[in-house]
Design a protein around this ligand. Sequence first.
Ligand code: NAP
Length: 247
Amino acid sequence: MQFFRSEELKQELDDVDSLTEDLEAGAVEARGWPAEFSAYKVAKAAMNAYSRVLARRHPALRVNVVDPGYVRTNMTRNSGLLAPDEGGARVVAVAAWRCYRKAARPARSLAAARRRRPRSCDRRVASTSTRARRIQPCCSSSRRKIMEGAISVPANTRVAVVTGGNKGIGLEVCRQLAGNGVTVVLTARDEARGGAAVEKLGELGLSDVIFHQLEITDASSIGRLAEFLKTRFGRLDILVNKPSMSL
Ligand SMILES: NC(=O)c1ccc[n+]([C@@H]2O[C@H](COP(=O)([O-])OP(=O)(O)OC[C@H]3O[C@@H](n4cnc5c(N)ncnc54)[C@H](OP(=O)(O)O)[C@@H]3O)[C@@H](O)[C@H]2O)c1
């Protein structure tokens, strides 16, 4: 809580045990808690704290929490200040940071890669001229080998998982990552909604998006996704975990 700036939030979270009891008793309003968003604030505070724990425990991983801003999605009943692509860009700027850092060295490689196109396959080149630090694929992904049961992605192509990818900020994150040459595993709890989202991205010419079902609150569902990633790719470079307001 030392990291929170809002005194009001600190006060609310200071007595989280009572909040939980009152929530279970259906007495949140009656006992004077703010009527809206108590559970939301607790969930986000827990997410912040857990991310700090993960970052400390796994120094080899880059763990971040990103505030996308107030975005027009179902969750905000489309009342946000930012369009989904603007909110998504904030997340992608952090998620793709490592790709950018690697690909950006040395600066002249961008021109060199352009000259070589389409000879070399799957090399990603970062443009330093954009604020969003976009990564541009330098040749068509259709040349990638797709083998039975396994997708062979070259070592310098990133593999990302996006949870809650069927709509809102998640769908935007999928679109922007795939548009920047990342192979995306779009997950959703509902197969039909997830499949429809993949189709929608396919219509935009983004074919490196694969659907996998994921119910984020179900450990066996998470296990199935982990197994799928291991078998198909043998690795995971980026995880964007963003489903639901209270998760
Ligand atoms: N929008 C904002 O202004 C804003 C601001 C700050 C932070 N955020 C955070 O950003 C995240 C996404 O928000 P959003 O505005 O994009 O919301 P959204 O449009 O409502 O999308 C939520 C997504 O999460 C999925 N989901 C919900 N419960 C799930 C579960 N148990 N397992 C797997 N997937 C689940 C939903 O799937 P279904 O379609 O199946 O329901 C949907 O794809 C949330 O964590 C939110 O708190 C949003």
